[in-house]
Design a protein around this ligand. Structure first.
Ligand SMILES: Cc1cc2nc3c(=O)[nH]c(=O)nc-3n(C[C@H](O)[C@H](O)[C@H](O)COP(=O)(O)OP(=O)(O)OC[C@H]3O[C@@H](n4cnc5c(N)ncnc54)[C@H](O)[C@@H]3O)c2cc1C
Length: 493
């Protein structure tokens, strides 16, 4: 099957999926006004792949078929480089908003591919073949696929089996000859109502007592018993001037409830092999954080561009403190860019013939962009001045009564017209001080795992041989030091 069109993608979303907006069941997700921006954003994964100038970036050929490049097998560092460029460019085209409708699902497929080799070897299972068949179905059908890993988790200090309510982590409640039945809920699943398929992975390491929670599978979004409860959605009535990013491209999240959902065996990729849950969870996290660092670069560029342009329009570009702050935004961007390069250039050979983005560079970059993001926002808001939240809006500019005053008093330095300055002020507000701006702060902090998760993974994967040898060279032999715990990643060492 060739690449799908936007029309075919939209038709695929018109099925029996159970989606709720403001507590009400949605009859057709492609027709609901509150979902329009998010579904339209999902569709750009299809429209952009057909743009002649983006074809090289967005597509590749396999077995005579043109396929979306999200499905290119990650069998070399160069394939990872091409994936990074794809994610960057896709985000840039969507005004700095990531689009996970194919990216996160294919990250999950890569993790399942690499880890199922070890599971099959140890348990004589056939997960690898099932993953390969499912992957081929998604790639040849040009499907969109999203990922539910984060469980609702209840009391974070307790393991899944210790929770007073056993459904705080998704688990197997019945094993049948034809498949399994699962119950529980996953939190903040991105773009589920806009996807064809949902992949489910465990979110953490599991012990033997948690064996029923060590479960991975894929289901069509329209599977009976799967209930998608949408979180806050963007206000679609705003003008493009006032919401130039969030009024055009934005993602959505759902509370994803599995109310005794049946999954046939051919779609089950882990069912009780608890020792492999950690490897699956962390391998997915590494592939997905590589996607994350790639999609963050266009935002870093946009933030830098906004700061430079705003300083020019405000007449502060030559001020020493402004230049210093802009310098910090340059560092933010370039450290990120360098780590992305290191992550693919020094990728590690992994099980199943894949290459894993270098976990230390990947997690360092993710930690860098997440931990510094609030500072980036502060700098942008500082340079923009208070007008970024008090400036008149599109209607004031268009009105014959107020428009002349707005045009006169909103002029910028060097005769910049008021409309350009207003557009820039509203862009910065949208990115940093709107509902979407607040969302950006939180998704950057928690998306792809909290800061602590990246720190732990960096510690697990950092080779301390050279640092300790440097000390020994000066003071003599040290006792054996178990400074880090072994990585759970399926890399070939
Ligand atoms: C906008 C958005 C989109 C997302 N999209 C997806 C998605 O598509 N699919 C998906 O699976 N997930 C998704 N996530 C989930 C994301 O990976 C999680 O938010 C992240 O892993 C943190 O989990 P949490 O939100 O449950 O926070 P928590 O785990 O509650 O973390 C809150 C704080 O508690 C700390 N903490 C938690 N547990 C412990 C513990 N046991 N001991 C000590 N400290 C602890 C954390 O370090 C952190 O500081 C998304 C998140 C956001 C915000």
């Amino acid at each position: 099957m060739p690449l799908r069109t936007v029309k075919q993608y939209m038709e695929g979303l018109r099925d029996s999926r159970e989606v709720y907006v403001k507590g009400q069941r949605v009859a057709d997700v492609t027709q609901h006004p509150d979902l329009a921006i998010c579904i339209g954003h999902g569709a750009n994964a299809y429209s952009l792949a057909h743009e002649p100038e983006l074809r090289e970036t967005f597509t590749f050929e396999q077995a005579g078929d043109v396929r979306n490049r999200h499905f290119e097998p990650l069998t070399s560092p160069d394939a990872l480089r091409r994936r990074s460029i794809l994610i960057e460019e896709h985000t840039r085209q969507a005004r700095s908003t990531l689009n996970l409708t194919k990216a996160v699902g294919t990250d999950a497929l890569a993790a399942l591919h690499a880890t199922s080799v070890a599971v099959d070897r140890e348990h004589g299972t056939e997960y690898g073949a099932r993953v390969a068949a499912f992957r081929e179905r998604c790639a040849s059908g040009d499907l969109s696929l999203v990922l539910a890993q984060t469980d609702v988790k209840g009391d974070r200090s307790l393991a899944p089996h210790q929770q007073p309510d056993p459904d705080m982590y998704v688990h197997i409640v019945e094993r049948r000859s034809d498949g399994i039945v699962v119950r529980g809920a996953k939190a903040h699943t991105t773009m589920t109502p806009a996807a064809d398929e949902l992949i489910v992975l465990p979110t953490r390491a599991m012990s033997e007592s948690d064996a029923d929670y060590a479960v991975a599978f894929a289901i069509p979004v329209a599977t009976p018993g799967l209930r998608l409860i949408c979180g806050p959605l963007p206000d679609h009535r705003r003008s493009e001037l006032e919401a130039p990013v969030s009024g055009v491209n934005i993602e959505m999240e759902t509370l994803t409830v599995f109310d005794d959902v049946f999954v046939p065996w051919e779609r089950v990729f882990l069912a009780g092999e608890f020792r492999h849950a950690a490897a699956l969870a962390t391998t997915f996290a590494t592939f997905h954080r590589f996607t994350a660092i790639s999609y963050k670069l266009p935002f870093a560029e946009l933030a830098l561009g906004c700061a430079v342009a705003m300083a020019e329009l405000n007449g502060t570009a030559k001020a020493g403190h402004v230049r210093e702050k802009i310098g910090k935004l340059v560092h933010y961007q370039e450290i990120l860019r360098a780590c992305i390069h290191g992550a693919w250039a020094e990728a590690l050979p992994a099980e199943g013939g894949l290459f894993l983005p270098n976990p230390v560079y990947t997690n360092t970059a993710k930690f860098h962009f997440a931990s510094q993001f609030h500072d980036v926002v502060r700098i942008l808001q500082d340079i923009a001045g208070g007008m970024m939240i008090t400036a008149p809006g599109a209607a004031d500019l268009a009105s014959p009564e107020t428009g002349p005053w707005v045009r006169k008093y909103l002029q910028g330095a060097a005769g910049t017209d008021a409309e350009t300055r207003l557009r820039l002020l509203h862009l910065i507000r949208d990115l940093t001080a709107s509902d979407f701006g607040g969302y950006n702060l939180v998704v950057t902090l928690h998306g792809e795992g909290s800061l602590q998760a990246q720190l732990l993974q960096t510690l697990r994967d950092t080779d301390l041989t050279a640092p300790l040898a440097a000390v020994e060279r000066i003071i003599g032999p040290l006792p054996a030091i178990a400074a880090t715990s072994p990585s759970a990643l399926p890399v070939l060492r």
